[in-house]
Design a protein around this ligand. Structure first.
Ligand code: FAD
Length: 300
């Protein structure tokens, strides 16, 4: 496919458009082959026009945030990728923060802290984008996106721009209205509360220290590989099944935190996928609980 119209739209807006892009550097797992084309819209209008063109051509695409919850095939993918990286502006106004979907969560936490706004401390250290966080209602340390989001604007399957209120976003544990759909979240609104800057900063630093102490941040991973089963923890079930340090090729169940599958060095897509399958089987045998993956898999 030549993507002539797509390139013309990117040229019109001065947006980046590159062909045959290896995806590994765009993922926190550092695994993944090429996509045929990656476009990085730099405005809502550009995004809308690109999406409308893909839909008009019946071309399926993938949406990329910061790639921190993704496992991508080494063979690459046949779909074009829309990266939200260039839509990363954020601004605070009173108790509100508005941002593009590509804004980093950590950057938003720092912006909130600078403006004496509390409520987003839980997200400090989650290496995702605002859009990716909304897509799966990211959360940590007792907080989740659901607690602070007022609504967002997204591009739907017809390439139309829609605004949706938080109450209609079906936000629940690692799930939203967007999960499993190919809509593109473009802009997000958050509502926080005034707070003391030093208290906000302290909480953020405590969360970061806890992450450094408990999580294998020294290795590439996609964070928690599995969702938390009701009333239990994936890491505990995995450890109880005797899988601490269990490895397939370069992929390993972290010895520091069994809920993380890490890329110990040179892990392939199949190493990680086979490890995930083996862990699910062994945990099911041992506990009767079938773990559900939290990591999104791009394969085809
Ligand atoms: C070390 C580490 C620690 C982590 N800790 C946590 C944690 O504490 N809590 C937690 O919840 N998660 C955690 N994660 C996982 C990850 O950071 C979150 O899931 C994050 O929300 C993913 O955002 P992203 O931008 O990286 O999404 P990506 O990985 O780029 O994409 C994930 C999914 O979201 C979709 N998506 C992304 N952006 C958009 C958009 N704008 N519109 C529509 N769909 C979109 C993608 O198509 C894909 O299906 C961790 C990951 C790592 C590596």
């Amino acid at each position: 496919m030549e993507y002539r119209e797509i390139k013309e739209i990117c040229e019109k807006y001065g947006a980046e458009c590159k062909e045959n892009i290896p995806l590994a550097p765009f993922t926190s797992f550092k695994i993944g082959g090429c996509c045929p084309i990656m476009v990085s819209p730099n405005s809502v209008d550009c995004l809308k026009e690109l999406a409308a063109e893909f839909w008009a051509e019946n071309t399926e695409f993938r949406v990329l945030g910061k790639g921190s919850n993704l496992l991508v095939s080494d063979k690459g993918i046949s779909s074009p990728v829309i990266s939200l990286a260039a839509m990363n502006k954020a601004a605070a106004d009173g108790e509100r923060i508005s941002c593009g979907a590509g804004a980093s969560l950590t950057g938003l936490c720092l912006l909130a802290e600078e403006n004496g706004l509390s409520g987003l401390e839980f997200a400090y250290g989650i290496p995702g984008s605002a859009g990716g966080a909304v897509y799966m209602n990211a959360g940590a340390y007792g907080g989740e996106i659901k607690d602070v989001i007022t609504g967002c604007t997204y591009v739907n399957a017809e390439g139309r721009l829609i605004t949706i209120a938080a109450a209609d976003m079906e936000l629940s544990y690692r799930h939203s209205f967007f999960s499993g759909k190919n809509y593109i979240i473009a802009k997000i609104g958050l509502l926080l509360k005034k707070g003391a800057r030093n208290a906000i900063k302290k909480k953020m630093e405590e969360h970061m220290s806890a992450r450094k102490e408990k999580q294998p941040l020294e290795y590439p991973s996609a964070g928690s590989t599995f969702k938390r089963p009701q009333g239990d923890f994936a890491g505990r079930l995995i450890e109880n099944a005797g899988l601490k340090g269990f490895s397939v090729g370069g992929a390993q169940v972290s010895e520091k935190h069994c809920g993380f599958v890490i890329n110990k060095g040179g892990a392939t897509f199949n190493d990680v996928k086979n490890l995930i399958t083996a862990v699910r089987e062994k945990v099911a045998e041992n506990s009767g609980i079938l773990l559900e993956t939290e990591v999104e898999i791009w394969e085809q």
